[in-house]
Design a protein around this ligand. Structure first.
Ligand code: PLP
Length: 451
């Protein structure tokens, strides 16, 4: 492996001079310098000072297969030599996109047999917005345009993605959301309505959808979009009653159900898709991240037979697409990633063995005085930092404590993510039991050192 001669300070200087980072406080970055990650293997990343860090977040919830799989590099190399680029516009196609479409129709839920490729999760959600409106126009219902999403959802950072997202800070900076998007509450029970039974809370949160549809008029609403479990919003796990009620409302009101599986897809919940975990039959299902385990930028929207039939049979040209939709190198890498996930039964093994172990050990952190709640599903887990457990009292500035906790964890050799006062882990699916032990010990040490 080639290693550059730059020191950390050299990298930081160059980085500060020329590189505008996504989702980064520039003042803080310039004051402290960026953390430079130079290489990775398995479940670990190394920084430019040579520190080995357990990646408890699989990059940005995406390196499901773990780092360093040479087969993916070889697939990219082969494809770059054979056909580095061609498009899928204007009645063209190529084998990697066709092959990946076939594999996706096999691994996703049975009724999802069509895929529209994108470059990322954000533009997959732009595609969702375009496609649901197009679908209803083709169905002779052009007024069905509004998409209902949820507070604190994250559906991406493009104008449409950020509008569908329910993040107040993003909306405020960008004068968003764009018209035609509405938001309802999230099913976030911790610290709210403590005396209410979780299932009653879940039903009430789902009923917000029915109320919003009534307020807007069913004839104006195209779709409801949600993550099976909100990821970047803080790993918000809905009570068991929530999704059945949402499904019922969408079916009863003739609203398309869009299940954003950008994080939950490809094994994160211990099943191939969150839709299987919650028994959902999405009309559209955005995917990205784990599709290539982050080795190449690629996303897509899985489209149900019901929607695809209308788009194919009733439509002419859908005036939508990206230069890199189904990019051959990205598609070849994604296909190889899916081959490995399948052949090595990585998702099945994570679901049956590692996930229960991770969840059992993560729950032990609930005994820590700083932890008000632990929660998790599959290979996804979160805890709430609190000032006091009884009576429940959050920190005045939970974001500050979360950032402190996150930085302490990196100092201790573990990447965790902070969303306000919620600490999150979402490790590669290939993490071993010994590495789970290491993760828990480092997380505990971090909590001990966070004040
Ligand atoms: N949807 C969900 C649920 C996500 O978590 C994300 C990213 O974290 C996106 C969409 C946007 O994906 P990308 O960052 O690839 O554009």
């Amino acid at each position: 492996m080639t290693r550059t001669k730059h020191t950390t300070a050299d990298w930081q200087r160059l980085d500060a001079a020329h590189h505008l980072h996504p989702f980064t406080d520039y003042g803080e970055l310039n004051a402290r310098g960026s953390r430079i990650i130079t290489h990775a293997d398995g479940c670990y990343v190394w920084d430019a000072d040579g520190n080995k860090i357990l990646d408890g977040m699989a990059g940005l919830w995406c390196v499901n297969i773990g780092y360093g799989r040479k087969e993916l590099a070889e697939a990219a190399y082969r494809q770059m030599q054979e056909l580095p680029y061609y498009n899928n516009f204007f009645q063209c196609s190529h084998p990697p996109a066709i092959e990946l479409s076939r594999i996706l129709s096999e691994v996703t839920p049975a009724h999802l047999n069509h895929v529209f490729f994108t470059g990322s999760g954000s533009d997959a959600n732009d595609t969702v917005l375009r496609m649901v409106r197009y679908y209803w126009k083709l169905r002779g219902k052009p007024y069905k345009k509004i998409v209902i999403a949820r507070e604190n959802a994250y559906h991406g950072s493009t104008v449409a993605g950020a509008s569908l997202s329910g993040m107040a800070a993003m909306h405020a900076q960008g004068d968003l959301p764009i018209p035609g998007i509405a938001h309802i509450e999230q099913p976030y029970h911790f610290g709210r309505e403590p005396d209410m039974d979780p299932d009653e809370f879940g039903c009430q949160a789902a009923q917000a959808l029915a109320r919003k549809i009534d307020e807007l008029g069913e004839c104006n609403v195209a779709a409801f979009i949600a993550e099976p479990i909100q990821g970047a919003g803080g790993v918000i796990i809905p009570p068991a009653s929530y999704w059945p009620e949402i499904k019922r409302i969408c079916a009863e009101r003739d609203i398309l159900l869009v299940v954003d599986e950008v994080i939950t897809g490809f094994g994160r919940l211990g099943t191939w898709f969150g839709s299987q975990y919650y028994d959902l039959q999405p009309d559209l299902m955005p995917i990205a991240k784990g599709l290539s385990s982050g080795y190449m930028p690629i996303g897509g929207v899985m489209v149900s037979d019901r929607v695809a039939r209308v788009v194919i049979e009733e439509g002419g040209e859908f005036f939508h697409g990206y230069t890199y939709s189904g990019h051959p190198v990205a598609a070849a890498v994604a296909a190889e990633n899916l081959r490995i996930l399948r052949d090595e039964k990585i998702i099945e093994r994570a679901g049956a063995e590692t996930a229960p172990y991770l969840q059992a050990r993560w729950a032990e952190l609930g005994e820590h005085p700083l932890v008000g709640e632990t929660r998790g599903v599959g290979m996804l887990a979160a805890l709430e930092l609190v000032k006091s457990k009884t009576p429940l009292e959050r920190f005045a500035e939970p974001g500050k404590v979360g950032t402190l906790c996150r930085d302490t964890s990196v100092k201790n050799g573990l990447v965790m993510r902070a969303v306000g006062g919620t600490m999150i882990v979402s490790p590669p699916l290939v993490i071993s039991r010994e590495q789970v032990d290491e993760l828990i010990e480092k997380a505990r040490q971090t909590l001990d050192e966070t004040h």
